[in-house]
Design a protein. Sequence first.
Length: 496
Amino acid sequence: MANRYLLGFDVGSSSVKASLVNADNGKCVASAFYPEKEAPIMAVKAGWAEQDPNSWWEYAKMSLKKIMADANVVGEEIKAIGISYQMHGLVCVDKNLQPLRPSIIWCDSRAVPYGEKAFKDLGEEMCLSHLLNSPGNFTAAKLAWVKENEPSVYGKIYKVMLPGDYLAMRLSGTVNTTVSGLSEGMFWDFKKNKVADFLLNYYGIDESLISDIVPSFSVQSEVSAEAAEELGLKKGTPITYRGGDQPNNALSLNVFEPGEIASTAGTSGVVYGVLGEVNYDKKSRVNTFAHVNHTQDNTRLGVLLCINGTGILNAWVHRNITPDVSYAEMNDLAATVPIGSEGVTIIPFGNGAERVLENKEIGCSISGLNFNKHNRAHLVRAAQEGIVFSFCYGMEIMQQMGMDIRKIHAGKANMFLSPLFRETLAGVSGATIELYDTDGSVGAAKGAGIGVGIYKDNKEAFATLDKLQVIEPDAQQQTAYRSAYENWKEKLLKNI
C-alpha cells in the first residue's frame, strides 16, 4: 500500500512548526520549525504586539520544505492538512486577500479599554450569558480599535480572520473560519447559536466582515494550484482541521469529553477542561470557548484557566536560591521536605495581574518562614506546591461551573518533569495524571486525519499516542495534601 501522510502546522508567535505523521501507524516521521531563533514581534508602542502575516507563510514554507526532504515525502503522499494557531490574533485582508496591516496578536493589550467599555455598556450578564466571557482583549475588541484608530484601513477590510484562518487562506485561496475560532474572538453567541450580532452592532462592525463558517473537522478547503506549486504539495489536497493552540493542545492529548483536562506548565500554566453544558464563571476568572468538537447538538466547551506565575517562579527559585544545582537535583532537594513544607507557603502570582484573581496584581509572597527551622529545600518545595495550589484554586472555579475533574492529560515537559509537582497535583486534585509524548503540530496532523475520514473518531486517531507515565493520587497522603492546600488558600484569601 502506498504511504499516506498527514501534515500539521502550528502557527505560534515564536515560530511555525510543521510535522508529518504516518496516517497508518500514527507515528511522526519528521518535524521542523522556522525560524530557529524566535520570530520578531513588533512593538511600536508599549503594550503593542504585532506580526506580519506574510511571515507566517514564509515560516510554514521553510518548515514544510525541511520535513518533506527529511522524510523523503512527496506532495502526492500527503492526504490532508491540519492547522493549529496562536489564539486571539486579528488579521484584516482586502478584496485581493492581501493583509491591510500587521496582525494584532494575542499578547497585544491596546484593546483592553474597548472590551471593558463594552462589558460595562452592554451589561455583564448580557455578555457572560451570550459570549461566556467578557469581551476583554479578544479579537472583536481589537477590530473595534482598528475601526476607531485606523478608519482608512477599516474601510478597506473585506474579511477579518484569525492566524489559522490566514494560513488556510494562503494554502487554498478560500476564506473561512470555525465556530471554535469565532468563540475565541468573542464573535459567537452561544445562546442564539449564531454570530454575536449584538456585540458587532455595539462596535458598529458590519457582519459581512466575518468569514464563512465551516466545521472544525471537515473538508474546509483545498490546496490551490498556486500554493501547490510554491510548496511542493498536490493541488486539491484537503485542509480538514483547524483549532486554536489551547483547544488543539487538548486535542493533541486526546481530551475531548466532559471532565477531561489538558494542562501545560511552562513559563505560565494552563488548565483547559472540557465542559458538557453551556455555563460561565460569573466573575469571568476563566475563559470559555467552543472546543474543537463542539456542535449545536453536542455541547463541548473548553474552559481555560491561565496562571501567569508558573515555571517562571520555579526558574526564579533555581536562579536565585539553588543556582549550584540542576533542576533535577532541585526536585530531589524539595522531596526531602514533608508535604506542606513545614508551614512555609509561597503565593506564586509575581508575573503580573492574574485573571483567576479578577485581574488583581498581588505579587509573590512567602509566609511562615522560620529562620531557625527552614532552609532552601523548604523554599523550593513551597514554590512548587504554591504553583500546584494555584492550579487547584482555578480548578475549583471550573468545578463550580459543573466540571467533574477526573483525569489530567499533560505532555512530559517543563514543570511536569518534576515528580513532586506531579504527585502534589494528583494528591490535591484527586485526579489521575497521564503524561504523553506529543505536540501541537502532530495533534493538528491527526486532527486532519479525523477531518478527512482516515480516522473514524478521536479514539482511533489517538490510539497510538505514546503514554509515558500514569500518576495516581496517593490516598494515604491526600489528607496531608488537602491540609497544605487549605493553609495556602487561607494565606491567599488574606492577600486578595
